[in-house]
Ligand binder design. Structure first.
Ligand code: GDP
Length: 379
């Protein structure tokens, strides 16, 4: 009889050990301890991987299982500086404008050249006329020294972009709830990449996050996200290929809530046959998420190199979902920084993030002052 108890006891113990092992594999490792410094990537390679070793390692001299080294993403504050090198080199807008404004005589032809330059940089006709008007008035009143021209241009460009817009990302939810960020936009704009990059920003700020691969039409998108997640220890929730995106989003938010993460970032599909499909699907994803928690931010991803064409597609999205911020990607490859002004005007929402390149940390919070400095180049 006693042996029977012994066997049952051993079986129960076995189940407990197995359950413990499974739990350690699915739990997100807490981020490396914070600190207020804006220090470059930390060197520590402490075992922060998701594959934590079993609690009681045998004493046999066995090589420890290699734990994946998690990357420490760069803190966002220092990132926009990179834009300076990547935009200023092209010099079309800032340098061109400065060249024209520093001419000895600002005659009508010169003002027309200035207008052409601004329109060519995709600022849009309305904002161009406003800016030229302001510049003409101020330079007439304040005189036309080259140094002044630069300062006046800087100030007026910043005013045009909107220094007082609220560009903060809503990544936190109420109380214990996670914040939910939905990423929407046409395929190819850099949506999935931006979900991954945003995950890294959150990690850099010592937040916990979970990524949801709700672009179920593209298996590659989910794989892509898993790679992004693995590099910094973020869990990714995905569903079957071609499955219901709303159900992936629902599962992800449920998982994020029970795991107690700060933010769930949801990738969505962008290749839809028509506006009605788009409306139905994105609307459903949002509604289904909001059965659990409110969506705190809807970011529309726009490719800066597509100029006015991209804007037409963007408008469709903004009619379908309540966009709360714009991510302007591929600004590094665009000679048309003026698109920042145009998209904000046309869509009525602020640019909150900008994509500066293909590197994992080439996504920066948008700051009008730093952006204009990058446009104008030099010092
Ligand atoms: P999606 O279809 O919208 O999800 O687009 P992806 O995230 O797959 O990105 C499409 C391509 O754009 C990829 O090759 C990205 O590396 C690239 N990309 C994304 N953001 C940027 C950026 O800011 N700059 C540059 N140069 N390339 C980017």
């Amino acid at each position: 009889m006693e042996w029977l108890y012994l066997v049952i006891g051993l079986a129960v113990l076995g189940v407990l050990v197995l359950a413990g092992f499974v739990t350690t594999r699915t739990r997100r490792t807490p981020p490396a301890s914070g600190g207020d410094t804006l220090a470059p990537p930390r060197e520590d390679t402490a075992p922060t991987g998701t594959d934590t070793a079993a609690p009681e390692a045998p004493e046999v001299a066995e090589a420890p299982a290699p734990t994946p080294t998690l990357e420490q993403p760069e803190r966002p504050a220092s990132r926009l500086v990179r834009l300076r090198q990547r935009l200023a080199g092209q010099g079309t807008l800032g340098q061109g404008l400065l060249g024209l404004l520093s001419r000895d005589r600002l005659d009508e032809d010169t003002w027309e050249d200035i207008e052409d330059l601004l329109i060519g940089a995709d600022i849009g006709v309305g904002p161009t006329q406003e800016l030229v008007e302001r510049l003409r008035t101020r330079l007439r009143v304040e005189g036309g020294e080259a140094a002044d021209a630069r300062a006046v241009l800087r100030e007026e460009l910043i005013n045009l972009i909107g220094p007082d817009e609220d560009r903060a990302l809503r990544v936190s939810g109420e109380g214990e709830q996670p914040g939910v960020v939905m990423m929407v936009g046409v395929n190819g704009t850099g949506k999935t990449t931006t979900v991954g990059k945003l995950g890294r920003i959150l990690v850099a700020e010592d937040r916990t996050a979970l990524l949801a691969a709700a672009d179920t039409f593209r298996a590659a998108a989910a794989d892509q996200l898993e790679t992004w997640g693995e590099r910094v220890g973020l869990e990714v929730v995905r569903g079957p290929e071609g499955g219901d995106p709303a159900s992936v989003a629902f599962d992800a938010v449920q998982r994020g809530t029970s795991a107690g993460v700060d933010t769930v970032v949801v990738d969505t599909a962008g290749r839809l046959q028509n506006k009605q499909d788009l409306m139905d699907e994105l609307g459903k994803v949002k509604r289904v998420i909001e059965k659990q928690v409110p969506v705190t931010e809807v970011l529309l991803v726009l490719d800066a190199t597509t100029g006015q064409n991209g804007m037409i597609q963007a408008k469709v999205f903004s009619e379908v979902v309540d966009v709360s911020g714009i991510v302007l990607t591929k600004l590094d490859g665009s000679a048309k920084g003026g698109i920042v002004v145009a998209v904000q005007r046309e869509l009525g929402v602020p640019v909150k993030l900008v994509g500066l390149g293909e590197g994992p940390d080439d996504l920066a919070p948008f700051d009008p002052g730093a952006f204009v400095d990058a446009l104008l180049g030099g010092s």
